[in-house]
Design a protein around this ligand. Structure first.
Ligand code: 5GP
Length: 116
């Protein structure tokens, strides 16, 4: 059984992080340490620790994460200029919170995709 993270508490609104979006499958809220003018996390309500744990039955949820990202990018006014969607997986991917989340980052030019 995977261990819950802080994200489950945010999803259940047990801690005071404002939700930008929530439906029966996914939730979205701002990253606590934004790496760009717009930095939003879109997460499944259900705990899936890493992308390695995604199952076929999660495809609707994963698809919903993309459509919610698109809507939030438009609402944030960054859709036309552009943005980046990122999943980090495990240690080499730089994953810190083991409840999958898609980073929606934008608001300025982000530069090359990878840097060390
Ligand atoms: P990862 O490296 O796992 O892909 O990204 C985890 C992200 O979650 C980081 O960008 C980090 O700033 C963010 N984060 C960690 N703890 C919290 C929290 O308690 N609240 C919010 N809003 N974001 C968090």
């Amino acid at each position: 059984m995977a261990e819950e993270t802080i994200f489950s508490k945010i999803i259940r609104q047990e801690i005071a992080t404002p939700l930008l979006y929530q439906d029966e499958l996914v939730s979205a809220f701002r990253d606590i340490y934004p790496k760009a003018p717009c930095h939003i996390l879109i997460v499944p309500n259900k705990l899936i620790p890493t992308i390695n744990d995604v199952k076929e039955e999660d495809e609707l949820t994963l698809g919903r994460m993309i459509t919610v990202a698109k809507k939030l990018a438009a609402a944030e006014g960054i859709a036309e200029d552009g943005y980046r969607l990122i999943f980090n997986c495990n240690n080499d991917g730089g994953q810190e919170v083991y409840h999958i989340h898609m980073h929606l980052v934008g608001g300025h030019a982000l530069g090359p995709m990878l840097s060390k």
